[in-house]
Design a protein around this ligand. Sequence first.
Ligand SMILES: C[S@@+](CC[C@H](N)C(=O)[O-])C[C@H]1O[C@@H](n2cnc3c(N)ncnc32)[C@H](O)[C@@H]1O
Length: 245
Amino acid sequence: MASLDKKIESTGRQRFVNSVFDRVATRYDLMNDLMSGGVHRLLKDAAIDWLAPSRSVDAELLDVAGGTGDITKRFLRAAGPGSRAIICDISGSMIEEGRRRLAAEEELGKVRFVQGNAEMLPFRDRAFQFYTIAFGIRNVPKIQSALDEAFRVLKPGGRFLCLEFSRIDVPVLDALYRQYSDHVVPALGRVVAGDAEPYRYLVESITKFPNQRRLAQMMEQAGFFRVKYRNLSGGIAALHSGVKV
Ligand SMILES: C[S@@+](CC[C@H](N)C(=O)[O-])C[C@H]1O[C@@H](n2cnc3c(N)ncnc32)[C@H](O)[C@@H]1O
């Protein structure tokens, strides 16, 4: 991992991250399904279950690092019929792919795509009822800035929900998962996507990401109340929820 660390450092983390997602954009959904055996879909379902937007109220979601729109699609199906969403992502290629993916969906008319950085969101204060970030925040170099920005753009009473890889709290699962991430994930990347580096980065970014308790503390530091988390799949992923009062 040392040579990858060096490359990330010399390129600059955000530039390196952008090059990763620009490279994988067209194969992103396929690789997600292959690497997780489809489990990422269940994790995203669990995210929307906890967010629980009301069917009888129209609301606006800001889906940051929204990529190909999986969270947005689920939100719009669960929320009031007049609800809308903005997918904000730093990568033009991921946005293009998201647009292509959503073109076939009836939700397309309710979605706007905005290219932007989670650390400096191009939106006014107190604009949104919901903010989501799924498998996105670990890619943001300054996590605290992203949380501060989430707090800023939410309306009072607004809800923050983050879905992210986290720390496994089951010892045997931990060892198995480490083997899988160190060996199977980069090999799959090499064979299916023809490039192991983005998938080595995936493993690196998960290892370096703050654990459940630390992320919850950072949310409180940003100003969120009622900060709670739920482990999914033994802590392979976790949901963090908070409210702006
Ligand atoms: C692993 S994908 C997740 C996509 C989608 N949310 C999902 O769950 O399938 C991570 C996304 O984060 C985006 N991203 C990385 N750094 C970002 C930043 N600083 N601001 C906004 N988006 C960012 C990438 O371009 C990429 O689309």
